[in-house]
Design a protein around this ligand. Structure first.
Ligand SMILES: CCCCCCCC/C=C\CCCCCCCC(=O)SCCNC(=O)CCNC(=O)[C@H](O)C(C)(C)COP(=O)(O)OP(=O)(O)OC[C@H]1O[C@@H](n2cnc3c(N)ncnc32)[C@H](O)[C@@H]1OP(=O)(O)O
Length: 155
């Protein structure tokens, strides 16, 4: 994909997140995009993301859902406000609640595809439902309740 990802609009001083920060060399640097009314991201697990040989660690899957969810929440808030992504004042969201169901073993060696649906979008709270698929198999689903970042988290 050649377009800019949601996370590419995050300001440099808020791009250190382990899941999605462009400035975190050791992080996952997840990239999320619109696909119609839904949001998408892909991730290729590395050997160190192993749970049991051949299968992906659930904590990684939760992390991908988390950051695809908060990125999708910001993008949805901009869309609902009819604003350009990244325009000021920034609409920043953090995770208030993360719920994950692991539905099937997630194989290593395949691209994981995340797909998010904006279930609720209010000024202060956005709910995103996300599936994680390997090939035709939905391996996990999760819900992120994202809430506007409190002022205490911004320096
Ligand atoms: C697309 C382009 C964008 C460009 C520009 C954007 C720039 C973006 C830049 C940078 C973003 C970086 C993103 C990285 C994020 C990665 C994810 C993380 O790892 S975040 C770290 C972990 N999360 C925390 O540390 C939070 C700690 N918790 C808190 O600070 C508070 O508890 C907070 C803010 C989450 C909630 O504060 P309250 O409780 O005062 O909020 P109240 O106003 O009471 O509630 C608002 C709504 O939220 C619900 N709510 C609150 N907490 C809930 C909870 N735990 N579970 C369920 N719902 C909850 C409430 O029921 C209420 O919902 P009702 O409006 O009534 O429908």
């Amino acid at each position: 994909m050649s377009e800019k990802a949601f996370q590419d609009y995050y300001p440099a001083d808020l791009s250190h997140c382990y899941g999605c920060g462009n400035n975190n060399a050791h992080g996952h640097q997840i990239k999320s995009f619109w696909d119609g009314e839904e949001t998408v991201a892909e991730f290729n697990p590395l050997p160190e993301h192993t749970a049991i040989p051949g299968f992906v660690y659930g904590g990684l899957i939760a992390s991908l859902i988390d950051c695809h969810g908060t990125g999708s929440a910001s993008a949805a808030a901009y869309k609902a406000a009819g604003r350009e992504l990244g325009s000021e004042p920034a609409l920043r969201f953090v995770t208030a609640n993360l719920n994950v169901d692991f539905l099937a073993p997630t194989p290593m060696g395949q691209t994981l595809k995340l797909r998010g649906t904006i279930t609720e979008c209010k000024e202060k709270k956005v709910v995103v439902d996300i599936t994680v698929s390997a090939g035709e198999t939905v391996c996990a689903k999760g819900r992120v309740i994202a809430v506007k970042m409190p002022a205490s988290m911004a320096s």
